[in-house]
Design a protein around this ligand. Structure first.
Ligand SMILES: NC(=O)c1ccc[n+]([C@@H]2O[C@H](COP(=O)([O-])OP(=O)(O)OC[C@H]3O[C@@H](n4cnc5c(N)ncnc54)[C@H](O)[C@@H]3O)[C@@H](O)[C@H]2O)c1
Length: 258
């Protein structure tokens, strides 16, 4: 058996949102290492360009596209740009996300905040999936991977909007798997536990980290590469009969901020 071919993405085209940093960046890099042509998108074109340049410098294929997933025109432009650059879209990683961090006091946040969090965490993945699906169907290979969160199943204070938006993402994927399956498209989620990125660094203190580790059997916080490995699994042929699933990547434990 040739195990390498199970993870081989040569000839496949991957689009990643929020690809300029953290989990998005790690996803771009691992998909490119597996042979995919990667469209690195981010609200910051500069960051996306740096990641794309790094991939090309290492011998891979990548382009950078500016995309604020809160803007509908940017979503359309992202898929159009991918098709223009590489001919199709086979893999979509809906990674850009926002909210949480224990900052969502339900009595002080307003409706505009709630709408923004749902727009980035739920609406954008839904819209990009819809835009990418015809290309995936036509090409004969489609895999959508959403980055959800352990917060979609955890309960903790001041996390209701982020947590519920990521729970909506989980359930949206498991339902879309029914709609997209007959088109040859799989839809799955990766749910990171606390993972060392810029976003986590804005809330992590030594005390919080110690409490998290007390409930984490694999006694460390996550690294971007831990999450990227799960993205590669869902993106590649090794998971050809896996759809509608959410895989929590969390060291076997539960990390909450309280
Ligand atoms: N880091 C964690 O502990 C953790 C845990 C659970 C889930 N997640 C999820 O992982 C995903 C990535 O988080 P991260 O920790 O890697 O973040 P990060 O802060 O390291 O990187 C986020 C990237 O997204 C970009 N971005 C921000 N707003 C954007 C927008 N509107 N449109 C497009 N790009 C935008 C930023 O420029 C940045 O490059 C998010 O969906 C987050 O909810 C992270």
């Amino acid at each position: 058996m040739n195990t390498e071919s199970l993870f081989d993405l040569t000839g496949k085209v991957a689009v990643v949102t929020g690809g300029g940093d953290g989990i998005g960046r790690g996803s771009c890099e691992i998909l490119a290492a597996a042979g995919a042509s990667v469209v690195v998108s981010d609200i910051s074109l500069e960051k996306a360009q740096q990641v794309a340049d790094g991939i090309v410098g290492a011998g891979g294929k990548a382009v950078a596209v500016a995309c604020n997933v809160l803007l509908e025109d940017d979503l359309t432009n992202l898929i159009d740009s991918a098709v223009k650059a590489f001919g199709t879209v086979n893999i979509l990683v809906n990674n850009a996300g926002m909210g949480g961090g224990g900052r969502e006091n339900p009595f002080s946040i307003d409706r505009a905040y709630v709408e923004r969090i749902y727009a980035i965490n739920v609406f954008a993945p839904w819209q990009l999936s819809k835009l990418a699906a015809p290309h995936m169907q036509k090409s004969g290979y489609g895999s959508i991977v959403n980055i959800t969160s352990m917060s979609s199943v955890n309960n903790s204070p001041s996390m209701a909007i982020y947590g519920s938006s990521k729970a909506a993402l989980n359930h949206m994927a498991s339902n879309l798997a029914f709609d997209y399956g007959p088109m040859g498209i799989r839809v799955n989620n990766v749910g990171p536990g606390a993972t060392r990125t810029h976003a986590l660094s804005t809330v992590l203190t030594p005390e919080i980290e110690a409490r998290m580790l007390a409930h984490t059997p694999i006694h460390r916080l996550g690294e971007v590469s831990d999450i990227a490995g799960a993205v590669l699994y869902f993106a590649s042929p090794v998971s050809a009969w896996v759809s509608g699933q959410t895989l929590m990547v969390n060291g076997g434990g539960v990390q909450t901020l309280d």
